[in-house]
Design a protein around this ligand. Structure first.
Ligand code: SF4
Ligand code: SF4
Length: 335
């Protein structure tokens, strides 16, 4: 396993980390074997969030007795001092530990970032927790390049997490600047929210960037961990064949695809926006037409029900033209 120093934190982290989103959908007792597998392979970085329902508590349970083998990172959507202090306590309790290595401000907008930094904002609670030895370091996660850029100007930001994958390279310059400023870069969304199918190629692409400190693919099975381990162990340069495959993926997906982050929800009329785009992908990209149509027909509210209020678009961090995209999906599904 290759290790890197996570920017100003000084923490030595494995280049492959564990993304804690998918364990929400498995049984809690299945998490412990995954942790053992990580430990044996030298993976020492675990990412979770207050917002990932049971993820923190499943990890806390699975890490009993081996917590000191890992660097634990979590995050909170709290923007005020009071709410952040409460979330830090909840995270400590869920993770069954007295110390969290990295606590991150989870995906603030520019306005929310101002609130975090202002008197009475969440940063006060993070600094107090750091001074009290409850957390080790403070970071920030973002989906918007504007927030990433602002974060680079904030002296308290020790790490930044941002999407980076074969089709989302909009952060490349900012990632380079983060490295130059000794801010650790944590890459999320290696598969672009499931849009990229070739997981091994996706991992190879990410770790080929020397400015990326750690990548955190979501994993919920031993097989997924083994596959990602194999991909990052191969440190050879990307071959011409791999470059051609990546070009084909970029061509196929373009920029108008949904990352299934669900920040756009809830829809005013109850459309499952990300689910619709997911089924549309199966319909048009993966040749699973019958399956996709059957699943889509079970959705209680169809894309054609969109009243074009635009509320969802104001929430989408990727500025997707959701209304227009839903019209296309409605036409393809015929309802
Ligand atoms: S624009 Fe359409 S999809 Fe978006 S919130 Fe309004 S009704 Fe829902
Ligand atoms: S439409 Fe935008 S906000 Fe909604 S799930 Fe997709 S990427 Fe996320």
């Amino acid at each position: 396993m290759e290790y890197r120093i996570l920017g100003k934190t000084g923490l030595r982290v494995s280049r492959l980390g564990f993304g804690g989103i998918p364990i929400q959908r498995i049984d809690s007792e299945r998490v412990k074997p995954l942790m053992r597998q990580l430990q044996q392979a030298g993976v020492n970085y675990i990412d979770t969030a207050r917002g990932y329902t049971v993820s923190e508590s499943y990890l806390g349970q699975a890490l009993e007795g081996i917590r000191d083998q890992f660097i634990l990172a979590t995050k909170s959507m709290a923007r005020t001092r009071e709410a952040m202090a409460s979330d830090i306590q909840t995270s400590l309790s869920n993770l069954r530990t007295g110390y969290i290595d990295l606590y991150q401000v989870h995906n603030p907008s520019l306005d929310q970032l101002d609130q975090v930094c202002a008197p009475g904002g969440a940063l006060e609670a993070l600094r107090e927790a750091k001074a009290a030895g409850k957390i080790g370091h403070i970071g920030l996660t973002a989906h918007s390049a504007d927030v990433f850029e602002r974060a680079l100007s904030l002296d308290w930001v020790e790490t930044i997490m941002f999407p980076y994958n074969i089709v989302e390279t909009q952060g490349e310059d900012l990632i380079r600047r983060a490295a130059a400023q000794n801010i650790g870069f944590i890459a999320m969304k290696p598969l672009a929210g499931g849009a990229i199918e070739d997981a091994a190629l996706a991992m190879r692409f990410q770790v080929s960037n020397p400015d990326l400190t750690v990548t955190i693919p979501g994993m919920a099975t031993e097989a997924e961990i083994a596959q990602n381990l194999a991909a990052v162990e191969d440190r050879s340069a990307l071959s011409a064949e791999e470059q051609a495959k990546m070009a084909a993926i970029r061509e196929q997906l373009g920029t108008r695809f949904c990352r299934r982050c669900d920040y756009c929800a809830p829809c005013t009329v109850g459309i499952n926006i990300s689910g619709t785009f997911l089924m549309q992908g199966y319909l048009t990209r993966y040749g699973l037409e019958d399956w996709a149509r059957a699943r889509y027909s079970a959705f209680p509210v169809k894309a054609s029900a969109c009243v074009e209020c635009g509320v969802c678009e104001s929430r989408c961090p990727y500025q997707l033209p959701i209304r227009e995209m839903l019209k296309t999906a409605a036409a393809q599904f015929g309802e």
